[in-house]
Structures are given as structure tokens and as C-alpha cells.
Design a protein around this ligand. Sequence first.
Ligand SMILES: *Cc1c(COP(=O)(O)O)cnc(C)c1O
Length: 365
Amino acid sequence: MLQTPYYLIDKSKLLQNMEKIAIVREKSGAKALLALKCFATWSVFDFMRDYMDGTTSSSLNEVRLGHERFGKETHAYSVAYADYEIDEVVSHADKIIFNSIGQLQRFENQSSAITRGLRLNPGVSSSSFDLADPARPFSRLGEWDQKQVEPVMDMITGFMIHNNCENRDFALFDRMLGDIEEKFAPLLKKAEWVSLGGGIHFTGDDYPVDQFAERLKRFSGKYGVQVYLEPGEASITKSTTLETTVLDTLYNGKNLVVVDSSIEAHMLDLLIYRENAKVHPNQGPHRAMVCGKSCLAGDIFGEFDFPQEVKVGDRISFQDAAGYTMVKKNWFNGVKMPAIAIRELDGSLRTVREFHYTDYEQSLS
Ligand SMILES: *Cc1c(COP(=O)(O)O)cnc(C)c1O
């Protein structure tokens, strides 16, 4: 049996998201590109490829991975490209979306053979977290002044607008798209394609998928544009767990449990956004604080309720360990890196990657 810790991707759960994405594509005519910055575990790309149109990226490494491991349509985007990487970026992409007019002009010649676009920033967003708010004051993410964009329209054929963030509220999405239309209508009319970015939680329970698809279709028809979506979290949400084993228990005013993992090393996003991990069912009379094994005092997954008293050797499974989690894993404290396993549709378990001392050693020099 595979040693913990490991990330476990459950294909039957992934399939539920894929099927919703397929419905939205079919009903709206929009294309869906996986955002690799959220999830880049390429062992399941063969599976996801049938339900999505390709990938989008935020760096040279990502655009190359998308091209080589996923295939289909490959969009390149980055906040800023360096001179030494632009040719390689272009060689892997069907479309390149520049973050600024400055970058578009700087790389005009090198990018002339592929479709080009520009990121627009409408100045409104659904994010309540300053850290993740593309429309935060003085944001560097995209151009906002229509007058500056009009003169470069002959160099581009479309736009990317990413201003949703974990947005579960269709009415809010609808309203913000209305804001975008109001602000940028003359530009949208000249475009051939518009990517509405990610951050829309349309694979979540109870999301009004039909209304969403209808809204996208209406937008597409009004401006005569191919709409793209760039779902990251929505593609893989609830598909993956982090499997751990309890190594020790202590008592210090609360029941403490130490597992063979670390929130800082293996679920860093939760620490950054000050959220607790999730366990299911999180019900029962035995409350315990589950802690990581790194030296960081605040390496804590959260406090949970268990049906039985937690003992050394018990397994604890943390939910929702795919998005912004596997891509951020790191070697802090030299904690054993979680392996990666896939539960196939027939229920069988397949280990696709294990990490060893040499991976740790080679991560530095
Ligand atoms: C982060 C990002 C995405 C994916 O966002 P999710 O919230 O994971 O859906 C898509 N497009 C762009 C431009 C992004 O920066």
C-alpha cells in the first residue's frame, strides 16, 4: 500500500466537473481552457482533454506544459515576458495575450505569426481579498483606458478580462459582465474573441448553469465574439484529497494531533488566505486540533470533530486538495513530499509519482 502523505485525485469526482463544463460549452458556444496556474498535474490531462478545449498559462513553463502535455488550444499569457523567453513562448502558443500595451508593442515582431490579444482591467471584481483582487487600487493586471487601447486595435483581435474570484453568485457575475459591456462596448464590438477568465464557480452545487450559458451566449451574439472561459478551481474542485497519517497526539489545553504532512509545505494556499483545511464529515464528540509536522508554530490544519478519539496510526483525509495546492507544494523543513495517486473510474488506485531524497536535494544546489 502507498505510504502517506499523498494527494489522491479521484477521477469519478473530476468527471462531475468535466461534465458540467461540457454542458456549458455545448449550451453557450464558449470554449473552456484549463488555467494551469491552479492545477498542472498532467497525469489526468488525457482524461480532461475530452471535456475541455485546451489550456491557458501564466508563464513560459506553463505554456510549454500545456502545449506538450495537454495539447489542443494553447493560450499564452503572462504579467510580463522577458526578451529571452518570448520566442519560445510563441512557439508553444496559438494565442498570446499581453498584459500591457507596452509588452504588446515591445514584442510586436516576435509575436506577429500568432493571434494576439490584450488584457483589459474593468476596475471591478468579485474578490473580497485584497491579495487576490485584480481590480485592487493601482493594479498592474491589464489596461483600463479605452483611449489608449484604441490605437493598438490593429495589432490584436481579442481581449482577456479576468475579474472574478471564487465567484459563486451568478447575479454578481451577470452584473459585472454588464459593467464590462458598459465600459468597453466599443472595443468589444471590434473584437473577434473575448476570454472572460476564471474565478467563476459554475461547477459548484446549485449554480444556475443554464442561466450562465444563456448569458454567455447572449454576450457572444451581441458582440460577435468567440467567448472563452479559463476555469482553474472550477475544473478540479472537490476532486482531490490529501491523505495523511497521525504520528503523535499531545494535550496542551486542547487535544492535539500531529500528522505526517504540513499545511505550509503541502496546502500553502490555506495558510496564505488564513483558511482551515476541510475534513469530512467533521462530526462527532471528539474534538482535536490537527497540526503539521514542520517547525512552524502555526502549522495547523484546523480544529475538527471526530467520531472517535484520534489515535496514532489513524488516517486523516483533507478535502479539496487540488486547486492552488499541488502547484504550491514545497520542501520547507524537508518534510516528505506527498506522492500523487489517481483513483481510476473502476475504483483502482494508481500511483503516478513518488518523491525521494534526490528530488529534495536537487531542488537546491
Ligand atoms: C487565476 C486565473 C485563472 C483561473 O482562476 P480560477 O479562480 O482558478 O478559476 C484564469 N485566468 C487568469 C487570467 C487567471 O489569472
